[in-house]
Design a protein around this ligand. Structure first.
Ligand code: NAD
Length: 247
């Protein structure tokens, strides 16, 4: 593992790469005002009667949907958030043909809002919701505008966000698709994740050349070829400015 001290070698890596896949975690949206889980100001540090892993679990949702939705609406849904320079830079790189796919653990939809097209949401999205009984689809406004617990208009079943809760399996097709994209790419960039959530933390092993861009050290840093410590949005803004000057 080599630690980059400046953005220059990152620009060189991006320049040389013909196909890039980027995997983003909660840290990539912190500069958009959405707290991550495990940073000092993250959701795990908040005082709440239940631990986040408990209230955001499948069992808790099924048994106590009212409390789940109170917590979820208060802490997890951030429809006011806007893409930061990190999201915007990745969308620009996709337009140039370099970035082939974004694999994201985030459920906030900010990559799509920034203009990215090929986004694989391995933990789902707050914007998609379904009835657990009849599978009728509901948009986020239905969730936001209804009182807890939120019930299906067709069958009165519970409406559940299509986000992967603790105790739920990931969509195998999306994970396989992510692995295929990573295997095809010649550079894998992973940004803003503590690398504690699987299988995302495991995907680094499929990358040919791997770069981690994170604010703080993680126990997974040693599995990368290159590591850069810094804020993702700020760093991307700097990179984009420098690349524009070079062109
Ligand atoms: P995490 O909270 O476990 O770790 C975040 C990592 O990002 C930390 O290592 C932290 O140092 C780093 N970080 C914080 N700010 C950063 C910045 N500005 N630039 C670069 N790095 C920064 O997040 P995780 O590993 O993604 O796991 C959390 C899980 O919770 C994910 O699976 C995700 O689905 C979910 N989650 C999503 C959102 C979202 O959609 N925005 C927010 C919180 C949690």
């Amino acid at each position: 593992m080599e630690v980059f001290k400046s953005i220059t070698p990152i620009i060189e890596l991006i320049d040389k790469a013909k196909s890039i896949v980027v995997l983003t975690g909660a840290g990539a949206s912190v500069e958009s005002g959405i707290p991550d889980f495990r940073s000092p100001k993250g959701i795990y540090s908040q005082d709440y009667v239940y631990r986040p892993e408990k209230v955001l679990s499948h069992n808790f949702f099924m048994n106590q949907p009212k409390i789940f939705y109170e917590y979820y609406k208060e802490n997890i849904i951030h429809t006011e958030a806007l893409p930061n320079p990190g999201h915007i830079f990745l969308a620009e790189l996709e337009k140039t043909g370099k970035v082939k796919a974004i694999v994201t653990q985030n459920i906030d939809g900010l990559h799509q809002l920034a203009g990215s097209k090929n986004v694989l949401e391995i933990h789902g999205s707050i914007y998609s919701n379904h009835c657990v009984r009849c599978h009728e689809a509901y948009n986020i406004n239905y969730v936001l505008n209804n009182v807890d617990p939120i019930r299906c208009l067709e069958c009165n079943g519970l409406v559940k966000p299509d986000v992967v809760l603790y105790g739920e399996a990931l969509d195998n097709d999306i994970v396989l698709n992510a692995v295929e994209e990573i295997v095809k790419a010649d550079l894998l960039i992973i940004a803003g994740t503590s690398l504690t959530v699987y299988p995302a933390a495991d995907l680094v092993k499929y990358g040919k050349k791997t770069l981690l861009m994170n604010l703080s050290k993680t126990s997974g840093d040693i599995y990368f070829d290159y590591v850069y410590y810094g804020k993702f949005g700020d760093t991307c803004r700097e990179i984009q400015n420098k690349m524009n000057k070079i062109e």
